[in-house]
Design a protein around this ligand. Sequence first.
Ligand SMILES: Cc1cc2nc3c(=O)[nH]c(=O)nc-3n(C[C@H](O)[C@H](O)[C@H](O)COP(=O)(O)OP(=O)(O)OC[C@H]3O[C@@H](n4cnc5c(N)ncnc54)[C@H](O)[C@@H]3O)c2cc1C
Ligand code: FES
Length: 472
Amino acid sequence: MLIVGAGLTGLCTAVRLARAGLVPTVIDARRAGSGTTGHSSAKVSLLQGSMLQRLARHASTETVAAYIAANRSGQEWLLDLLRERDVPFDTRLAMTYAVTESGAKDVEAERQASRDAGLEIIDVGQGDLPFPVLDAIGLPDQAQIDPVATVRALVAELESFGGRVIEGIRMTGSSFTRPWMVSTTAGEVRAEHLVLATQAPVLDRSLDFARIKAYRSYVLAYPVADLLNVPQSMSLSLDDPTRSLRTASTGEGDFLLVGGNGHEVGHGGSTQARVDEIHAWASSHLPVDEPAWSWSAQDYHLTTQVPHIGAVPGTAERLFVATGYDKWGMALASAAGELISGDILGSAPAYAEALRAKGIRTADITETAAQGASVGGRLVGDRVRLAAPGSGQTPPGEGAGRVEGNPVRPTAVSTVDGRTCALSAVCTHLGGVVAWNDAERSWDCPLHGSRFAPDGTLIEGPATSDLEPVTE
Ligand SMILES: Cc1cc2nc3c(=O)[nH]c(=O)nc-3n(C[C@H](O)[C@H](O)[C@H](O)COP(=O)(O)OP(=O)(O)OC[C@H]3O[C@@H](n4cnc5c(N)ncnc54)[C@H](O)[C@@H]3O)c2cc1C
Ligand code: FES
């Protein structure tokens, strides 16, 4: 029983299996929780921005109801575990609001979709936000958690049942037949059941790559002297750009987390400009000064909207994936644990069938075709746009990167901390040409979101190997 990825998905799956008497091993390329989970805003909420109206365009009423049931079940299980392990969390009103006319239309659409699906939302007017709001809905008694403390609690729970997490081991491939012979950076491992809890599946056997988009968004943490001076609700705007707020009490003090400005990974120009723009907005709308930290993370959207959680067809329920949480993976990852462990143990939850019984809708075909065209366009266009050979050019300035050279062998050149590195600009996953991310000083692939450090080391994403250095 091998689970790849020690984020919320992998750990919730492992704990459920361990409690049922199995002894799962979880490996992680980096550290437990070091992926999106540890960088999440971590609102465990059934009110999820514009999710229900989007689901309703792509799926039947039964599937939307099953989505809510999955989130409710995942939320309850996760919060029960935190209570059992004495990990504090806050109960809050979740709010979805708008300050623009077009955002207000989306709030109204979400109000309708929520009521159609039986979610007990309420109208909250202005809520506790200190700036004018056009419309807002809310859901009481949702939760905000500390994702790092949650990961620690899950690891402790897993270990108490004999399971284990091994950090610093990356999966690099697998045999095509069972038992799975899984190659890793620490050697080959044999597994009867293999769970890919890596966000984007690291094997391309689930056909998710044709319909996957990676979205990155940003969070700034502002110290606050008195938490009661800032909004207590967990809010998300449906305007463009979006804004997300929640408070966080930590051993290092109290903070207001301000997030938003999501965009497709490797698309949309300067990422630092997005961070600066959130700070400018926070400074003018909220009682905050300078952020103590800022960070960003990514999650995956499926063009078919409903997350893909379960067995890969044709693998006799022995190879599992969980992806497409669309930045709402806190309750969903816990539900993924219930779904996947249920498949393995023969105890699927009541909502499983309806969640997975998704037919093909016109919205799926349209969005998947647009994504295919976008991927094709970037595959070719990014090469065609390349400048003439780069040799002889001045290296990029500190903190900058550019792609140069010829379309067949593009080179990614960057200078960070005084060191200039030249790498193949071709992503080792499926050949996208990487783009420079100036906020995080990384090379990001616009096709499926793999990211690489300035020296080529793989950071995250479906790729399993580093960018090659160019020695010439
Ligand atoms: C900025 C931001 C804010 C968010 N806020 C919220 C929120 O408020 N509420 C909410 O519900 N959701 C939120 N989300 C979404 C939520 O955080 C994610 O959906 C969830 O954390 C995904 O968990 P995961 O375990 O599937 O993935 P991850 O936490 O990314 O775990 C995957 C793990 O797999 C490992 N891995 C990857 N490849 C390999 C390999 N080849 N070999 C070994 N290990 C590998 C990684 O190192 C990583 O630890 C947010 C997302 C973002 C980006
Ligand atoms: S992540 Fe798929 S090609 Fe780069």
